[in-house]
Write a protein that binds this ligand. Sequence first.
Ligand code: HEM
Length: 338
Amino acid sequence: MTTVLPMSGRIAAFPFPFPEDRYRYSTNVEPAARPNVTAAGQWGAAVVEIDDDYRAELAERAEILAADPTRHAVLPHMRPAAWDALLTLMRELATAYPGQMSLEQLGGDEWRWRNELLGECRDFRYGDEASLGQEPLAYITSQVQEDIALLDQRNDQLYVDAGVVTFAADWSFGFDVGMSFLEIHGPVPRVRKEGVITRAHDFLKRLQPHQPYRRTNWTMTIGRRLDVSTERYPDWGPDREMIRCVPDDEFGRLVHLRVEVQHLIRLPDSGALMFLIRTYMLPLEELATVEPWRARAAKVFAELPDDMADYKGIIKYRDRAAQWLAAAGESVVPEAVV
Ligand code: HEM
């Protein structure tokens, strides 16, 4: 049987992460704010991108923060960096979405931020929390879908000393805050021997303002669940067992390729490093409508070494995901080739 599925906006903007049939860890950074053309469309023209899930994701973030304040932390020495992050992101938004957003300097430290998508018009004094009504990192993560971590650079090391992270993929921001970049990456298999993390560390320490970079990372998630943090493991962990028993059509609907577009930006005033994590998810059944993606993801999943699949938490179902995608090639004809 031949099925033709429509190409949705979500597919067209999806940052498909596999340039080859085989995936290994690498530093994989590239200059940001330029379109990355894929088999289905493109992504990445701007550093910060807003899509149809904007309001829903912001509402979800607000709920998570209300329920669990450990997702937000700003160590005292990072307060200037949080203001720097706020203004940098407002500038990015105003440049990318001039019809809906603007940032105006009223004079001196006085600014006006307008975001028509949220009905916001806010005047604030840079550095004055009372004038903004909120800690600046908390405020700016109510305007962007990205999670944010801020890293301090001292004694030739980077430390994750501030952030708002509500959509962590199997880690805990509350646990990691204050840790060094090298400590945080300690549990990742292979990377020590291959030098990936030390190279990334050297690269990040040299990063200059106004030269944003980006990279992608990926895993799989069951259901459209953004918050798969360590804290919520009891809610989502059991799905990894359950998914083995669902019928094929449900498997394709439930299992999502989860891709993080991560931006790395040296903040101009404080010198801190801003790490943006934007999460995109596409169910296998939609991914399979783009033939080159279906074929490539099937190969990547099948070939992925066990230690990497285990670390990513997908070892129990990645073989089935590979088989599901391989089988989908026999029944789905992508719109592009009809
Ligand atoms: C995990 C590389 C920047 C925080 C990882 C993994 C790799 C990696 C290969 C394993 C991913 C997986 O198997 O799914 C890199 C590179 C970077 C970079 C090459 C920069 C060029 C950062 C920054 C942060 C960060 C700036 C700051 C918060 C994390 C965390 C994890 C992780 C929290 C999960 C660790 C865990 O399992 O507890 N990174 N990373 N990374 N990275 Fe990075």
